[in-house]
Design a protein around this ligand. Structure first.
Ligand code: NAD
Length: 469
């Protein structure tokens, strides 16, 4: 089955998909025209009926089969991610393994979490009643995904949605549609009736049409703040899940395991060329350790091999596009002009932006306050944990944070007071396990991924109550 056959689009336009590494043509896909929205919705309506009528054991075995298919073809999946997103082949392989786990977790979720008994006799007056609530599908869910994890973030929407008995209108990033199309093919090959997932390929106009359609019950979005705001304006009365950006702080205390802290912060800052919503962007180091940490961090950064993502020994691949790398360059120039000191990197070859370290970035700078989404790390020193927590909480939004310390009291103090959806102790901010609740605090974030949590967001309780007298 070709990619094109998966979609219902009849538009005659095709869209090329280019390699971010060398600009070569990888493939082309048919574009979905937003004027086809009625047809897409009619198909999804049929899909929703099919999906809700699939017994849980079938939803589960389809998702398990899909996990097996992805695992069997892990090399092909990894190569697709590497080609279209520019992730290094080593990182792309890890994403594929995570996708397998996400599908397996979804298969398990389909069989549990079906509802609960309601204890009607727990207050006087309802003793004669008994009943339960079930978790029912929402119906049609629009899922919109970004480019940076083009496979696993799609699995995080499709897996729980199918487990919950929904139909999905999926619009992957127009920059990386191939991994998503491959995944949908695998799920259909695994036995899912085709109409349950519709893949629509296109950009903003198509996204708006899919988001605003009245019959869509939920929009599950992962992407940037500006897009999240546009979606919330266009969506109207429907459930929204907003998995947005971050600007993660990592606190490094004097008493930490030094080598581990350096290694984890380097990996956390540059994974996926920094195009990572939980990437370590602001590394706050306690004053006594600062000089030693800075030297080790800069030395380790300089050793990273940046370049061809297909090579086993490449640590940092290209960014998604030359424009994205130019944006990073401009943001760093702005910070330097405002007084930040460049410690290494800040070189650009086309879409490749070399890992960059700054110190002394003024806290009023965009680079400090906003998400950079590039291989850029800022170092800053602090004296007390109080001060570090204040700096960690600076930005208007937050997703993850990290702290390195061997002091349990300090670790728990930070975990309690940092305003973030997750605080990693003795890991950088860049740790995620696909079964844990995942999402942001503060501006704009709503809902949680992590299979069980997305499944709960993507289902609605229905109460059944029996009056015995
Ligand atoms: P983006 O917001 O530019 O695009 C995301 C998706 O939204 C794409 O499919 C795009 O076509 C679509 N879109 C754009 N305008 C739209 C509109 N008006 N209506 C509907 N859809 C529209 O994001 P990106 O550049 O692809 O990804 C990077 C961002 O994603 C970063 O901010 C990153 O932090 C965030 N992200 C968050 C998480 C998370 O789980 N919290 C994970 C990965 C990435």
């Amino acid at each position: 089955m070709t990619a094109a056959k998966l979609r219902v689009a009849k538009g005659s336009d095709t869209m090329p998909v280019y390699s971010p590494h060398d600009g070569s043509l990888i493939d082309s896909v048919d574009l979905t025209d937003s004027s086809e929205i009625d047809e897409l919705i009619a198909r999804a309506r049929r899909g929703a009926l099919l999906s809700r009528n699939l017994p849980r054991h079938q939803r589960s075995s389809i998702l398990d089969n899909a996990a097996q298919i992805v695992d069997n073809r892990r090399d092909a999946f990894a190569e697709t991610i590497m080609l279209e997103a520019g992730k290094t082949i080593v990182q792309a392989r890890k994403e594929v393994l995570r996708c397998v786990n996400t599908l397996k977790l979804s298969a398990e979720e389909a069989k549990r979490n079906a509802g609960e008994i309601v204890p009607f006799d727990s207050y006087a007056g309802s003793e004669q009643r008994q009943g339960w609530f079930t978790r029912e599908p929402l119906g049609i869910i629009t899922a919109i995904t970004p480019y940076n994890d083009p496979l696993n973030l799609v699995a995080h929407k499709l897996g729980p949605a199918i487990a919950g008995g929904n139909a999905v209108l999926l619009k992957p990033s127009e920059l990386t549609p191939l991994s998503a199309i491959r995944l949908v093919k695998a799920i259909i090959e695994a036995g899912l009736p085709q109409e349950i997932i519709t893949v629509a390929i296109g950009g903003t106009d198509l996204g708006k049409a899919l988001v605003s359609a009245r019959e869509v019950r939920m929009v599950s979005f992962t992407g940037g703040f500006a897009t999240g705001e546009a979606i919330s304006r266009a969506a109207g009365l429907k459930k929204l899940a907003m998995e947005l950006g971050g600007n993660a702080p990592v606190i490094v205390m004097n008493d930490c395991d030094f080598d581990k802290a350096v290694e984890s912060c380097v990996s956390g800052a540059y994974w996926a060329a920094g195009q990572n919503c939980i990437g370590a962007q602001r590394i706050l180091v306690q004053a006594e350790l600062y000089g030693r940490f800075r030297d080790a961090f800069v030395e380790a950064t300089k050793k990273l091999k940046a370049g061809d993502p297909s090579r086993q020994d490449t640590d940092v691949g290209p960014m998604i596009s030359q424009q994205a790398a130019e944006r990073a360059e401009v943001a760093v120039n702005g910070a330097i002009a405002a007084g930040a000191k460049l410690l290494c990197g800040h070189r650009r070859d086309g879409s490749l932006y070399h890992p960059t370290v700054l110190e002394g970035t003024p806290h009023t700078c965009c680079l400090w306050r906003e998400e950079v989404f590039a291989p850029v790390a800022m170092l800053a020193s602090f004296s007390t944990l109080d001060e570090a927590i204040g700096m960690a909480n600076d930005p208007e939004y937050s997703l993850h944070a990290g702290i390195f310390t061997n002091n349990l009291v300090a670790a728990l103090e930070a975990a309690g007071r940092i305003d973030a959806g997750g605080v990693m102790i003795n890991d950088s901010s860049d740790y995620r396990f696909d079964a844990m609740p995942f999402g942001g605090f503060k501006y704009g974030s709503m809902g949680r991924e992590g299979v069980r949590f997305a499944y709960e967001d993507m289902t609605q309780p229905k109460v059944v109550c029996i009056n015995r007298r």
